[in-house]
Write a protein that binds this ligand. Structure first.
Ligand code: NAD
Length: 309
C-alpha cells in the first residue's frame, strides 16, 4: 500500500481549511493548502475550530502545534505539488473547474499521486474522465463541519482501483475519521440519498397539510431521530424483524412521496425569496437570535455527542 506523508489540499475555503486541520491529527503528515486567493489560513482554521479549544478538547498549545504543521501557498506549482503523495481537491462545486484543476495537477504531480475530490454531489467518474491515470482517482466526501463530523464517504469511480480506495480509507482512519466505502458512483453516494429521501417526505407532509414545518422537525427530534446515532435503519429493521418491516412496507410505501422533481412548495419558497436562514424565512420564520441559537446548539450538541464535553 502506498505510504502517504505529503498531502496537498487544493482550495482553502470552508471545507479545505477544516480538512487540513483534520489531517494534522496524524503528526506524521505534512500538509499544504493551496488557494488562488491569498489568505491567513491559520486564523480561519482557528476561528472554525474555536469550540475545540474553548471546550478543552484540545489545548491552545496543541492547536498551535497542529496549525504550525500546515503550510499555505497560492497557485498549483512548487515542491508541495511535485512531492504530494495525495491531493484532496476542495475548490468550488463546478465541474469544469474541477476537471481543469485535476488536469493541471496531473501535469505537475507524480504518476502515482492519489487524487481525491471532495465534491458533494458530482460524479467522480465524470470529474476524472479525461485524466490519464484514472485508477488513482477517488471521491472523499467529507461532511460539514469536517473537523467534527466523523463520516467520510470514499466513492469509487468506474475506474478507481481497490488499492487506491483502501489507501485512502486507511489514511482517513489514521486521522480519526470514520470512512465508508461507496462501491458505485451514484448521485448522492450513500448518506445523502437517505438524507434527501427523508427531506422529500418531510416537505411533502407540510405541502399536503398533514403537519406544519415545526411539527415535522419535532416528530423527528423526539422519536426516531433520538435513536438514529445508536441504531441505523437496517439494524432497526432486523431488531423489529424483516417480516414486520415487509408487512409495513407492503401497506405504506405506496402512500409515501415518490416525485422525481423538487416539491412545488420548495420552488414557491425559492421564487418568493424565502431562502431560510439567509433571509429569515423559509419553511419557518427565523429571527437573527434564533438563527444564531440554532447554529450554536448544533455545534454544542455535536461536541457533547462526540467528546462528552
Ligand atoms: N460546504 C459544505 O457544506 C460542503 C460539504 C461537503 C462537501 N463540499 C464540497 O467541498 C468543495 C468546497 O466547498 P466549500 O464549501 O469549502 O467552498 P468555499 O467556497 O468555501 O471554498 C472554495 C475555495 O476554493 C478556492 N478556489 C477556487 N478555484 C480554485 C483554484 N483553481 N485553485 C485553488 N483554489 C481555488 C476558492 O478561492 C475558495 O477559497 C465543493 O466541491 C463543495 O461542494 C461542501
Amino acid at each position: 500500500m502506498k505510504s502517504i506523508k505529503n498531502i496537498l489540499v487544493v482550495g482553502g475555503g470552508m471545507m479545505g481549511k477544516n480538512i487540513a486541520f483534520v489531517l494534522t491529527e496524524n503528526p506524521e503528515l505534512r500538509i499544504t493548502v493551496t488557494d488562488i486567493a491569498n489568505q491567513d489560513i491559520w486564523s480561519g482554521i482557528r476561528a472554525n475550530c474555536l469550540q475545540l479549544t474553548e471546550k478543552g478538547i484540545i489545548s491552545e498549545q496543541e492547536m498551535n502545534s497542529r496549525l504550525g504543521r500546515i503550510e499555505f501557498t497560492t497557485g498549483i506549482s512548487g515542491a508541495s505539488v511535485r512531492e504530494a503523495d495525495l491531493v484532496i481537491e476542495a475548490v468550488f462545486e463546478d465541474m469544469e473547474l474541477k476537471k481543469r484543476t485535476f488536469a493541471n495537477l496531473e501535469e505537475c504531480c507524480a504518476t502515482d499521486t492519489i487524487f481525491c475530490t471532495n465534491t458533494s454531489v458530482m460524479s467522480p467518474s465524470e470529474i476524472s474522465a479525461e485524466l490519464k491515470h484514472r485508477s488513482r482517482f477517488v471521491g472523499t466526501h467529507f461532511w460539514n463541519p469536517a473537523h467534527l463530523i466523523p463520516l467520510v464517504e470514499v466513492v469509487k469511480s468506474d475506474a478507481t482501483s481497490d488499492e487506491t480506495a483502501e489507501t485512502v480509507m486507511e489514511l482517513l482512519k489514521s486521522v480519526g475519521k470514520k470512512p465508508i466505502l461507496c462501491k458505485k458512483d451514484v448521485p448522492g453516494f450513500v448518506a445523502n440519498r437517505m438524507q434527501h429521501a427523508l427531506w422529500r417526505e418531510a416537505i411533502s407532509i407540510v405541502e399536503n397539510g398533514i403537519a406544519d414545518a415545526e411539527t415535522v422537525d419535532e416528530a423527528v427530534k423526539y422519536s426516531f431521530g433520538l435513536r438514529l446515532p445508536q441504531l441505523g435503519p437496517l439494524e432497526n429493521a432486523d431488531m423489529v424483524g424483516t417480516d414486520l418491516t415487509y408487512n409495513i412496507h407492503s401497506y405504506i410505501l405506496k402512500h409515501l412521496e415518490s416525485s422525481a422533481d423538487p416539491s412545488p412548495l420548495l420552488k414557491e419558497l425559492c421564487d418568493k425569496g424565502e431562502l431560510g436562514f439567509k433571509t429569515g424565512r423559509g419553511f419557518r420564520t427565523w429571527t437573527q437570535e434564533e438563527i444564531q441559537k440554532s447554529r450554536d446548539e448544533l455545534n454544542a450538541y455535536l461536541i457533547r455527542a462526540l467528546y462528552n464535553k
